[in-house]
Structures are given as structure tokens and as C-alpha cells.
Design a protein around this ligand. Structure first.
Ligand SMILES: C[S@@+](CC[C@H](N)C(=O)[O-])C[C@H]1O[C@@H](n2cnc3c(N)ncnc32)[C@H](O)[C@@H]1O
Length: 287
């Protein structure tokens, strides 16, 4: 089914415009078997290496590649986004052009953690659009996002107004960028020295809720019982001597609940029996 309507092109144009503000990074987006978005981006000068279309159907991916010569990522967008975020990837735009009614906080947190802008489209089919919008705005807020414009309701391909789109920006910088910026670049010294010494306040530690979805890298040296550690940690993903965990929730909005990320990149089925405070977690955000 083609989505090649003028209205759809206005959405693609918004993605294109914002993505081009960061031309060194690719666009991660859903496309379908007609490759409408990929064709549009190519026709507007985006190089193939900046295009990362996704679809969960192998056939649709084959079609996208056959039509456009752009290789498509076959998989569930939610999983693609989370695993790419864990890898520290960075995009100019993540376009979650979905057809479902809700978005998970995990997907949105990961998307906002690796791109300055995220586009989200949801269906309001069969439910009041106000409910879908209210729910999505709550999840956007909890994921650390803000909407620079009101959500737009528009007609789907059947002519009925049952689709809503959101443009979302990360409140703070994407975490993957923050990761690579652990040392601050100080401004050039002034020619005239400052006459006053200014004490800059240290940034506040984020609240527990702000950590949900974040991957933490905890050095194995933090565990005193090395023998016990060796028995339970063998299948946990490790990076530079640090074990990988994802914050999956909070206890009374104060402490963080975690699940281990396993070597196959899947999350452990059970939560860890210990928790962390936001202050401790803050130390473990950098691999
Ligand atoms: C709305 S279309 C994308 C349209 C495209 N952005 C364009 O401008 O023409 C969404 C496509 O992604 C597929 N899809 C929906 N949810 C998905 C998900 N979670 N993961 C992967 N593919 C998905 C749908 O089957 C459909 O083929």
C-alpha cells in the first residue's frame, strides 16, 4: 500500500529538514514495501549511507532494497532502537511512523537518547484520539521528551481522521553524545581576565524516574565477593570490565530497579535483587 500522498510528503519533508541539520548522521525510520520514504529522501539528495529504513517483514525489506538499492534493517523497530542505543549509535532523526496506539517508554527513551528529534505517529482507530494523545504525552514526558508543537491529527489513507503525529525533542542532549563528551571542551581563554571568580553550581543528579531505560556499566570491582560474582555474572554482557544493566523501573520513585543485559543482548528475565540510588547510578552511565 502506497503512502505517497501530498500530506505524507509534508511529514517526510519535516523529517528531511530536521535531519539535514545534522548531515553527519543517518535517519532511522520505518518504511514499507513501496519504499515511499526512502524514495523521497533519495530524491531530495540524502545519500544512501545516511538512510536506515526498518520493517519487520523480510519481504518488505527485500522490496525496499530492490526498489532503492538501500539496504533495509529487518526487525521490530522497538528492538532496533533499543539495541542501537545500547551500542552508542547516534542519528539525526528517528522516525517511529507506527500504526499502533501506544508507544513504550523504553522505545522513546532510547530514541531520544540517540537523536535530537524523534517523529512519532500513532493510530487512534477505535479509541478516542484524546486518550491516545494524553497517554502518549505522558510517556513522552516520562521519557525526557518535549513537543515543540502540538500533536497533529490527520486523515489516514482511508480518509478518516484516525492518525496523530508528534514531533519530539530531547529535553537534554542525546545520551550517546553525552557519552562521548565526558571531557568538556573549555572555551578559548579571554584576552582580558575575568575580574570576578564565578562558582558554577554542579549539575543536580537526575531523579530516579529520569534513569528509566538507561544502560548502566558497573565495574566488576564493585562486587567484593569475587567468587560469587564469577558464578552469576558469566552470561552478562561486559564492556571494558564493566557489567551492563538496564534501569527498568523505580521503587517509590527513589531507587532504581535493574535487569542485567545478557551476552545475547536480551535482558535477563528477572530483576536484580539489589537497587541503586540515582547518585550511584549517575557514576555508572559512562562505559
Ligand atoms: C506507516 S508505514 C511507514 C511509511 C513511511 N514512513 C513512509 O513515509 O512512507 C509503517 C511500516 O512499518 C511496518 N511496521 C509497523 N510497526 C513496526 C515495528 N514496530 N517494527 C517494524 N516495522 C513496523 C508496517 O507494517 C509498515 O510497513
Amino acid at each position: 500500500m502506497s503512502y505517497g500522498t501530498p500530506l505524507k510528503n509534508t511529514h517526510r519533508a519535516v523529517v528531511l529538514e530536521l535531519a539535514n541539520a545534522d548531515p553527519d548522521h543517518s535517519i532511522l525510520y520505518l518504511d514499507d514495501d513501496t519504499a515511499g520514504a526512502t524514495i523521497f529522501f533519495r530524491e531530495h539528495g540524502v545519500s544512501t549511507k545516511r538512510l536506515a529504513p526498518v520493517n519487520y517483514s523480510r519481504d518488505a525489506c527485500t522490496d525496499i532494497t530492490r526498489i532503492t538499492k538501500v539496504s533495509a534493517i529487518c526487525g521490530d523497530m522497538n528492538e532496533v532502537v533499543v539495541s542501537r542505543h545500547e551500542n552508542g549509535d547516534r542519528y539525526s532523526f528517528v522516525w517511529l511512523d507506527l500504526q499502533c496506539r501506544t508507544i513504550t517508554r523504553e522505545t522513546l527513551t532510547a530514541s531520544l537518547g540517540m537523536a535530537p528529534y524523534v517523529g512519532l505517529t500513532l493510530s487512534t482507530r477505535g479509541v478516542p484520539s484524546a486518550t491516545v494523545i494524553k497517554d502518549a504525552l505522558r510517556i513522552i514526558r516520562l521519557s525526557g521528551g518535549v513537543c515543540p508543537e502540538d500533536p497533529t491529527r490527520y486523515r489516514g489513507k482511508n480518509g478518516i481522521t484516525n492518525v496523530v503525529r508528534f514531533l519530539i525533542m530531547a529535553k537534554s542532549k542525546p545520551t550517546s553524545v553525552a557519552k562521548s563528551c565526558t571531557t568538556l571542551t573549555l572555551p578559548q581563554p579571554r584576552t582580558k581576565p575575568l575580574t570576578k571568580t564565578v562558582d558554577l553550581p554542579s549539575p543536580p543528579t537526575p531523579t530516579a524516574d529520569a534513569f528509566v531505560g538507561t544502560v548502566l556499566y558497573i565495574p566488576t570491582s564493585e562486587w567484593t565477593n569475587k567468587k560469587e560474582l564469577a558464578t552469576w555474572s558469566t552470561d552478562i554482557k561486559e564492556k571494558r570490565g564493566k557489567l551492563c544493566f538496564r534501569v527498568v523501573g523505580t521503587h517509590y520513585h527513589k531507587k532504581l530497579a535493574l535487569r542485567a543485559i545478557m551476552k545475547n543482548n536480551r535482558m535477563n528475565t528477572t530483576k536484580e535483587h539489589w537497587t541503586l540510588t540515582p547518585t550511584m547510578a549517575d557514576k555508572y552511565r559512562i562505559v
